[in-house]
Ligand binder design. Sequence first.
Ligand code: PLP
Length: 302
Amino acid sequence: MNFKLNSSNQLVVFSLIKGVTLTIKREDEIHPYISGNKYRKLKYNLLAAKEQGLNTLLTFGGAYSNHIAATASAGLEFGFKTIGIIRGDELAGKVAENPTLSFAQKCGMEFKFISREAYREKSSPEFITNLKNKFSDFYLLPEGGTNDLAIKGCEEILTKKDKDFDYICTPVGTGGTIAGIINATSSIQKVLGFSSLKGDFLKKEIAKRTSKNNWSLITDYHFGGYGKTSNELIAFINKFKEETNIPLDPVYTGKMLFGLVDLIQKDYFKKESEILAIHTGGLQGIDGMNKRLKQKGLVTIK
Ligand SMILES: *Cc1c(COP(=O)(O)O)cnc(C)c1O
């Protein structure tokens, strides 16, 4: 297995009016399909699966999951069979209409669609035993890919050079990525997580996964919750791309950058602050989001 990054893992710097510098780490460009933090989260898990002699990966996700797309693609590239347990039994006959699921299927992923109620029980021992009976032996990746090995992989997002930044910013879903990033910072750096979900239960989740406390969770930019958007957010994503050439996804990185720009404008950061924002990827989700926005007659992502 080869986990080399391609050479376009570039940084882009913007000097902003407020005297702070914002640098974007293009983790979205480390692989064409196994994007951003999902690549980092899979790396040591795939190595562990190989070591354990398991050649099937089984995981969970929603209809537009970046983790499902990344796992399917990694399976194809590194020689694993992949099984996706997908939330929503109504999706069963609709794979062709869903860009994420059709991509995963093309990569060879086999699906099992389950109801939302059943999905809630997915971590229970009974549920896992049933899966073992149905699919025989597999390496289990949790929803969103977060486990200890995923956090270890996310520690590699930051390099020595990144120690010079005052702030490191990342979107937050399950909290695995930020935990790895926090572990890799020095204690004089501050990590800001921008939550894509409503509520601040994630604070506890993150605290469980790191012993350091040089971080905060920003909860003001979820736009109504996971997967929810607004015209204002979409307009921001389009303007950002127009001005910087950097595409953002509507679920994670768009919300983070919207929040960051807002906080800079509100003088949240001291003058001369140097900020590093991690572009965690997720661009595969744009097509699916645009389909839904179009159906509602709303502005789409360019
Ligand atoms: C999954 C994902 C996240 C969230 O990562 P967690 O480790 O679950 O917090 C952030 N950004 C993108 C693009 C993602 O796909």
